[in-house]
Design a protein around this ligand. Sequence first.
Ligand code: ATP
Length: 305
Amino acid sequence: LLQVFLPLGFLGTIYSVIKHALSDMERMFELLDREPEVQDIPDAQDLKVELGEVRFEEVEFGYDAERQIIHGLSFRVPAGKKLAIVGPSGAGKSTLARLLYRFYDVDAGTITLDGQDIAKATQRSVRDAIAIVPQDTVLFNDTIFYNIHYANLDATREEVVEAARVAAIHDFIESLPDGYDTVVGERGLKLSGGEKQRVAIARAVLKNPRILIFDEATSSLDSASEQSILSALRDVAAEHTTISIAHRLSTITDSDEILVMDGGRISERGTHAELMVLNGVYTNMWRLQQAEDDSCEASVEPLSP
Ligand code: ATP
């Protein structure tokens, strides 16, 4: 009898191991699916990015031939400056970030980092020069330590902890039962949107490239977490060229330049003050958001006795 049952139990274990391995693989293919291969040209050189100047010149792009998404877009972010991109859903904001990270190659025009065309450089060196803090961070089913460390596997444990401190997530990690060894992700401890975004900021800090892209979450974080994430990000961004895709205009008023995008084109550009004087699309967006904020505040005011 024992002989019959033992192998069955054993098979069950193997089955569950294989099932887990398969779901990891599926996840990897999902990721690969979202990041189609861009081919390096035969004699591609590594980029040398020391300053971190970003330039888009007459960039044209569509995900497929039938529908052009980006139309002749030009802008420059000087090294160490802050650019914000705003505009309605579908305007092409995230597409710009994907082009800069070279998930896709442009159809026409050029994107340069410190004057070097990214389409002619190795994809790896482009991605080494940039860190993205995405809207939704993918976590590995592994320890929170590994989830930060993987951004730079040469970093020491002290450096990982320091990055977590800068990203304002160290205290949270320390409060977990197994601290940095707590397993997170799908099959571990599930982190909130704000906590995941802080992990992404810690990764960016540890990677420490010249250029930082921040894709602000549309999902509403509570205002306290939003403020603490923003202040963590400000510390990180201080010495970096930063491109922020923003939904809340109040978070980007200090940008060196704001691009207002619509239908894959820039409809207005300038600093917050300059755009407010224009009294156009941006001013309207600003007034609408102020009105929303006011009505939110009004709705949470305590009822008078
Ligand atoms: P949101 O504020 O909603 O994130 P966005 O301004 O970032 O919007 P993009 O995500 O850049 O907009 O999308 C621009 C256009 O490109 C949209 O019309 C969208 O449908 C299309 N698009 C985005 N990703 C793909 C894709 N992988 N394949 C085909 N079309 C896409």
